[in-house]
Unconditional design. Sequence first.
Length: 272
Amino acid sequence: MAAPILALRGVNKSFGPIDVLHDITLEVHAGEVLCLLGDNGAGKSTLIKLMSGVHQPTNGHIEIDGATITLPTPRAASDKGIATVHQFGGTFPLMSIGRSFFVGVEKTKGWGPFKVYDRKGANDIAVKAVRDFGITRIDDGDRLVGGLSGGERQSLAIARAVHFGARVLILDEPTAALGVKQATHVLRIVNEAKRRGLAVIFITHQVMHAMAVGDHFAVLIRGAVAADFHKGEKTREEITDLMAGGASMASLEAEIEIYMNSHGGHPPPPAA
Ligand SMILES: Nc1ncnc2c1ncn2[C@@H]1O[C@H](COP(=O)(O)OP(=O)(O)O)[C@@H](O)[C@H]1O
Ligand SMILES: [Mg+2]
C-alpha cells in the first residue's frame, strides 16, 4: 500500500500538567474514510487540532506522504492540503454563496487598481462546485448562506475545500445537528469526496453514520486509541459498546427497544 497521506506516530499532547492524548498512532490513506469515534472529552477535537496546525504535539510526530513534517499554523496545514470543516460549515450566514466560496481567495477580474470582485464568475464556479457534489437544489450563487439548510451549508464547505485542492478533509461532527435526510446528504458527499481520492477523517458520535461511510475506524477513550479496525471487522453492537468504554450500551438499547415495542412505542420511565 502507498504511504499514508497523513499519519500520527506516537503522538502525545499535554496542556501543562494535563495529559490529553497518549501515544496516538494513526494512518489516513487516500480514498479512505477514517471514522474517529469517542465519547465527549475523549480527545477527538484535540487530535484534529494537531492535524490541522492549531496545536503542536508534545511528543511524537506527524507525517505527510511518509515524510516527517511540522504544522506550525493552520495556514501551514491548509497549504499541505489539510482542510477542516467545522460543525456548522464554518461559513458566513450574511454572505452570498459565491462570496463565501472565495473568502480568503477572492476571485477578481481586471488588474492593478481596477481589480473588482467578479460576482458572476464567483457565483458560477461556486454553484457548479456544489452541484458537482450532487446538491442540485443550489442554483443561485446570490442566495445567502444563512438561507441554506444545515446539510447544504456543510456541503458548500466541503465542495469549497475540494475545489481549492484539499487532499485530507477533516469533518468534526458534521452530522451531529442534522435530521436524518440532511445527514444522508452529508454522508453522500463524504462518499463522493472519497471517490475523488481524498482522505476523509469523519468524527461522529453516531455509530450508524460511521458505519454508512467508514472504511477504517478508531475509537478514542480518555485520550488513547482503544480500538483500530476496518470495515466489517466489528458489529454495530461491538462498536457501540467500545464507545461507551465497555459498558453494555448495545444491550441497554436492545432492552429499551423491546420495552417500546410492547408499550405502544413509549420509552421506559426513568429509573426511580
Ligand atoms: N487547551 C486545553 N487546555 C487544557 N485542557 C484541554 C484543552 N483542550 C482540551 N482539553 C481537555 O482535553 C480533553 C479532551 O477534549 P476534546 O479534545 O475537546 O474532546 P472531544 O472532542 O473528544 O470531546 C478534555 O478533558 C478537555 O478538557
Ligand atoms: Mg470535540
